[in-house]
Design a binder for this molecule. Structure first.
Ligand SMILES: Cc1ncc(COP(=O)(O)O)c(C=O)c1O
Length: 393
């Protein structure tokens, strides 16, 4: 492909510190001081108190839902957009909650506030909102935040594809909800090979997340006073082996953290370049493409190309042209389009075509008439012009 979805963003400067680490005598590469350092640096960058480094964005999703399960052991409903990644919905399902799909706005690619409020009016069993800031666009607005605060609703922000988005009150996306998740996978704004982060301002949640990440063990906690309570209560156990809850091993390691620390130095620059690229792309796009995205605070993940009209001929012609010109794209945009159409959801909840049309018409429009193309900081304006020329043709 001449224009792939993503170029490798691991540079020599990211790998040199890894080599230094490997050259030390008897390096211990499992989770250690570098992980702690990266978590601290990430919290500072994001503007939160605590962060927990895990081995993927999906693991970050799972940890958030595992924590929600501790808060609501009886389960319940969780509002989620059908325009997201599969692990958001899978983690809701695995933790025994029921996903309630609420459609998105085309302009924000995120939950439609009016529909969220309507859902709360008719459904008294909603335990949380799991919102996705999709494709580098801010998914939260003043009205939704006010509604969430006024009604004391548990909010989880998925920022896996939107690092650096600036949301309401100049706060970064991921610093507003009770919990937030990030991914550091290959194609994302920054990479730690595989990796993810869960962030929160709440010390108690932080300590639970640390334990959930690592077998549920007391020794994973930071706070000695909290540790002591467990140790005193379980005097029959070796204090290094107190397993407090059913949990997982979702830890990352020193190599990932070392790369993360280096990448973090460039993150603001990468975010700036990505958003400038997207603005140029939109400027040059023809008028038959949707251009009304909320661009304030954006940190584009990939170029969104959505037809205004449901024009199957144009869509198929466009795909052929992109393929012929070696421009990689993903039809349906984020995560394979409308998640209600994916077998893991559709077969589980027996969604009919009518259900899908009724619940998620906007997501469905993107599913059939939308796609994304690669955006990365190194993409030059000449390249963007060349890509748009192909589209215009
Ligand atoms: C919105 C969203 N959530 C979660 C994930 C999962 O992240 P990972 O691939 O690191 O597991 C992704 C991955 O692209 C994503 O886009």
């Amino acid at each position: 492909m001449k224009y792939p979805l993503m170029k490798n963003n691991l540079l020599e400067q990211d790998l040199l510190p890894v080599i230094e680490l490997l050259k030390t005598k008897d390096p211990i590469l499992t989770s250690g001081p570098k992980v702690k350092e990266f978590e601290k640096a990430w919290s500072n960058w994001l503007g939160v108190k605590y962060s927990v480094f895990v081995n993927s964005g999906s693991s970050a999703n799972l940890l958030c839902l595992a924590l929600l399960k501790e808060k609501f052991p009886e389960g319940g409903d969780v509002i989620v957009p059908p325009f997201t990644w599969s692990s958001d919905i899978s983690s809701i399902m695995w933790m025994g909650f029921n996903p309630v799909f609420v459609d998105i706005n085309l302009s924000s690619l995120s939950l439609n506030t009016e529909l969220v409020i309507k859902e709360f009016e008719k459904n008294k069993n909603i335990k949380a909102i799991f919102l996705t800031h999709a494709q580098g666009i801010n998914g939260l607005n003043k009205k939704l935040i006010e509604f969430i605060n006024k009604n004391d609703i548990f909010l989880i922000e998925d920022v896996c594809e939107s690092h650096g988005v600036v949301s309401e009150n100049n706060k970064k996306a991921g610093s507003i909800g009770d919990l937030s998740c990030f991914s550091f996978y290959y194609a994302h704004h920054m990479s730690t090979i595989e990796g993810g982060m869960v962030c929160t301002d709440d010390e108690e949640k932080y300590e639970v997340l640390r334990m959930l990440r690592s077998h549920g063990m007391v020794r994973e906690m930071d706070n000695p006073l909290r540790k002591k309570i467990w140790i005193d209560n379980y005097k029959d156990l070796n204090e290094k082996f107190i397993f407090t809850r059913p949990a997982f091993n979702l830890r990352n390691n020193e190599i990932g953290a070392t790369i993360g620390l280096e990448q973090l130095k460039r993150l603001d620059w990468m975010v700036k370049k990505r958003s400038e690229n997207f603005k140029l792309f939109l400027e040059l796009l023809p008028d038959w493409c949707y251009k009304g995205f909320d661009l304030e605070g954006q940190s584009n993940y990939a170029f969104n190309l959505i037809l205004k009209e449901k024009d199957e001929y144009l869509m198929s012609d466009l795909q052929k042209r992109l393929e012929k010109n070696e421009i990689e794209f993903r039809r349906g945009s984020a995560g394979g389009g409308n998640q209600m159409r994916q077998p893991y959801v559709r077969e589980c909840f027996n969604f009919t075509e009518q259900d899908i049309n009724k619940i998620a018409p906007v997501t469905d429009h993107i599913h059939f008439f939308g796609m994304y193309l690669g955006n990365y900081p190194e993409l030059s304006s000449e390249s963007i012009k060349e890509i748009v020329n192909v589209i215009n043709g």
